[in-house]
Every structure is written in C-alpha cells, then in structure tokens.
Design a protein around this ligand. Structure first.
Ligand code: SF4
Length: 128
C-alpha cells in the first residue's frame, strides 16, 4: 500500500544489568516511536541500538606456540557489528601466536574489516 504507515512491535530482554527488564519497542515506518518496560534509560538506549546498529564484544581463545598453557584468552577491543561475529570467529580459529604473550598485545588488527583489533587478555609465559 503506497504511503501507508507500517506499525511494528519488537520485544527485548535488556542485557545491561542482572534485572533483565522485558522491554517493548513500538516502531512506525521502521522508526522507534515508543519504548516501554525499561526501568532505567540504559534500557531504552540498549533497545534503540539493537534496532539501529546491534553490536557485541567478542571473546574467544587462540592457540599459543611454546606457551606455559596452550591457549590465550582474547577479546575485541571494542564492539563489532553483530553480523560480523562469525567472520571474526572464523579468523580467530586459524590464528596461532608464539609465547610470550602480554595482556593488551594486539593479536589481529582490524578483524574481519571492522576497524577493531583483537587483543590478549592474559599474560602467557614461554615454556621453561
Ligand atoms: S532497563 Fe535498566 S534496570 Fe532494566 S535491565 Fe536494563 S539496565 Fe537494568
């Protein structure tokens, strides 16, 4: 129908704190018109971001060569678009780094074209 108004209701569970508020967003022609169910403003911000540009921090591990333990935990330095998570995980699955590894070391630059780096979150000493 040309020029018609498209109304939509979307339900969310806020993940910004353990309370987990059930939030409902009303959209009119894809624009957020009303947000209800949130106990605080972080819930409204979360829902709007989820609708417009959902992002996540990714955590994983990569293999360490000659390290005191065989894997090092890593994470994205910031959020990446949700639809890039699997690309990011695919890249990570093929990575090996040599010990020593230090917290904050950049393991991968610009992972999956997101302009976000993957960094180590633990020190790994080399084998004695
Ligand atoms: S809306 Fe506020 S109180 Fe509710 S879960 Fe989100 S952050 Fe917590």
């Amino acid at each position: 129908m040309k020029g018609g108004v498209i109304m939509e209701i979307m339900d969310f569970i806020c993940i910004k704190c353990p309370l987990g508020c059930m939030i409902q967003a009303e959209l009119e022609n894809k624009e957020v018109r009303k947000v209800t169910g949130n106990t605080c403003s972080r819930g409204e911000d979360y829902v709007k971001k989820e609708i417009i540009n959902p992002t996540r921090t990714v955590t994983s591990t990569v293999m360490v060569i000659n390290g005191e333990i065989p894997m090092v935990p890593v994470k994205t330095k910031g959020d990446i678009p949700k639809d890039k998570i699997w690309d990011c995980m695919r890249v990570l699955s093929g990575i090996k780094v040599a010990a020593p590894v230090h917290i904050g070391d950049i393991i991968i630059e610009n992972v999956a074209g997101t302009n976000v780096n993957i960094v180590a979150t633990k020190d790994i000493k080399p084998l004695e």
